[in-house]
Structures are given as C-alpha cells and as structure tokens.
Write a protein that binds this ligand. Structure first.
Ligand code: R2B
Ligand code: URA
Length: 309
C-alpha cells in the first residue's frame, strides 16, 4: 500500500503541517476517535475546502451550530441529503461538515480535547487544508462579570496563572506556550461590540483548570479543605490579575493550535459570576439562550471572514 507522503505539495507554505516526522512513513493513518481513515476514505476530497473548525463541549451544541451555519451561510444540500454525524461510529465525538465549516464536539477537559485536536490537526494535514482557523465555542464561570456575558480569551493560563501547557512526555515535563491569535480575538471583540447588543462582552485572561470543583475553588464539591474566605481571596486575586473567566480546555486548545501553526480563538459564555456563587441554577430556557451567544458571534466572524453580509 502507498505510504502517506504528499511530496507534491509538502513544501507549500500555507498547508497545515505536522510536527511529526513519522506520519509520512506510515502506510495509513486511522483517526480512530473521529472514525475516519486514510486507508478507506479520500480525506482530501472530503475536507480540502475546510477553513473553520469550530468546537465545543457537547454533541448537541455542535449539531445545533452546524444547522445554524447551514441556514446562515445559505448552504443548499442536494435534494434528499441531510447533515449527519460523521464520527457517530466512534461513540466518542460528534462531527459535522457544512461548506467550509467543521463543527465538532470535544467533551470536557484537556485530555478529551487533546485527543480530538491531535486527530483534527492530522485530518487538516491529510486533507491538505490551507489557511484554517480553529474556534472554541464554550461555557465558563465568569469572574466579576454577569451571567450571560461573552468572554473572548486573549491569553489562556493554568491554575497557577502560567501561560503554558505542561504535559509529561516519555517521563519528562514538556511545556508549550498557550498562544491564541491576536487578530482573531480583536476581530471577535469588534464584532461583538458592534453586533451582540443584548449582552456585554469582555476580553481578557482565561484560567483553565483540570477540575470543575476544587480546581475552580468551589465550595460545593464532594471534598473541600479550604474556607469560604480562602476561596474568595483566591478568586479576588485572579480577578485582580486580569482573569475574566474559568473553564477547562482553553490552555490545551491554545497550546496545540500554536504548536501546529494554526490560528485559534476562544469565545465562552459565562453561566454565572463566580464572585457571587458556585452552583449553576439559572433556568434552562435562559441558559439555552445564553449558550447560543458564542455560536452567534462565531458565525458573525465566519461571515465576516468570508465577506458575506
Ligand atoms: C466548561 O464547562 C464544562 C464544565 O461544566 C467544561 O468543559 C468547561 O470548560
Ligand atoms: N464551566 C466551567 O468550567 N466552570 C464554570 O463555572 C461554568 C462552566
């Protein structure tokens, strides 16, 4: 069988490249968790026109986003065709492709996001996509901002406020800077200020933790060894250092996009203000409306980039 060696265009500047010398010597690449494979599918034919990869935690939200893109970009599917979950057979992630947009779920936390990103970045390479932007559409806890607000991340930091991802590779810690694209963040903020008039939008640091409860200083987990005052001291301290929100994926998202040379942006909606509480008790109907906001903003961004009205 032929090896994966895209000699002809390997040197072209704007293709997504892999920083992995081994892949091109493999006979085939099985993207196991998204249920795709170079052995049985023509990934270039299927995905070469992708320009935006949008990801968020849940399958439902990303299916909804795919339908929104279909409607708003006025993409007409052939008669009888319908959007379907390309990765359904993996039972891990859900993925949709509509025109130049991939909409894919990443689950909760860095390990889940990281597996998905490895395979999506390889997909972009096998498909020989050019000039792709990755966007995370998420939820978060706000710090000193009202529930329902949008937060655009300009810098992702870990639970110690360090702007890099540390992973253990072959028994050694390896750090990779968590850098997001400044132009993407500024454009998202400008579009939100001009067009997202029913909510406030903030731009700032996002703290990314490996736990929702103790990792985010909550008092309502199964365990808690700190006092309410200690919690508030910590949250006020991070607030004073420019942290606008806390979530669980931005650090790896930023570090992996940057390492791959892909421009990345993160937009989250705050489900509560963590300076006022821990429990998420907003009524479901309100929460559903709030969770549409990052999708609407990212859609405006995509339309802007595609010069669509
Ligand atoms: C936001 O919400 C999830 C936890 O509820 C997590 O995936 C995140 O980053
Ligand atoms: N997601 C988080 O990670 N934290 C919150 O407080 C809310 C959503």
């Amino acid at each position: 069988m032929q090896k994966i060696m895209y000699e002809d265009d390997y040197n072209q500047e704007d293709f997504v490249r892999l920083r992995n010398p081994h892949i091109k010597h493999m006979e085939a690449d099985h993207l196991y968790h998204i249920s795709l494979s170079t052995a049985t599918q023509d990934l270039r034919e299927m995905f070469c026109d992708v320009k935006f990869v949008c990801m968020g935690g849940t399958p439902r939200r990303m299916e909804k986003f795919a339908h929104l893109v279909e409607k708003e970009l006025e993409i007409k599917l052939p008669t009888g065709a319908a959007l379907c979950d390309i990765s359904a057979k993996s039972y891990r992630y859900s993925m949709y492709k509509i025109g130049p947009v991939i909409s894919v779920s990443h689950g909760m936390g860095i390990p889940s996001l990281s597996i998905l990103l490895h395979e999506i970045i390889k997909l972009m390479y096998h498909a020989r996509c050019t000039d792709v932007t990755f966007l995370r559409i998420g939820t978060c806890g706000g710090i000193g901002i009202p529930g329902g607000s949008l937060v655009i991340t300009d810098e992702a930091v870990d639970g110690m406020l360090k702007p890099y991802l540390t992973i253990d590779i072959l028994g050694k810690p390896v750090t990779r800077p968590a850098v997001l694209d400044k132009d993407v963040a500024d454009e998202l903020k400008a579009l939100a200020d001009a067009e997202m008039l029913d909510c406030r939008t903030f731009i700032g640091k996002t703290m990314c933790t490996n736990d929702f409860y103790e990792g985010q200083g909550r008092l309502d987990g199964a365990f808690c060894d700190y006092t309410a005052d200690e919690k508030m001291e910590f949250l006020n301290m991070v607030h004073s250092k420019g942290v606008k929100n806390i979530e669980m994926e931005s650090l790896a998202f930023a570090a992996m996009c940057h390492h791959a040379g892909i421009k990345g942006g993160v937009v989250c909606v705050a489900l509560l203000d963590r300076l006022s509480g821990d429990q998420i008790d907003t009524p479901k109907e309100v929460m559903d409306l709030w969770q549409d906001r990052p999708q609407q903003l990212v859609l405006k961004f995509i339309k802007n980039r595609l010069n669509l009205p």
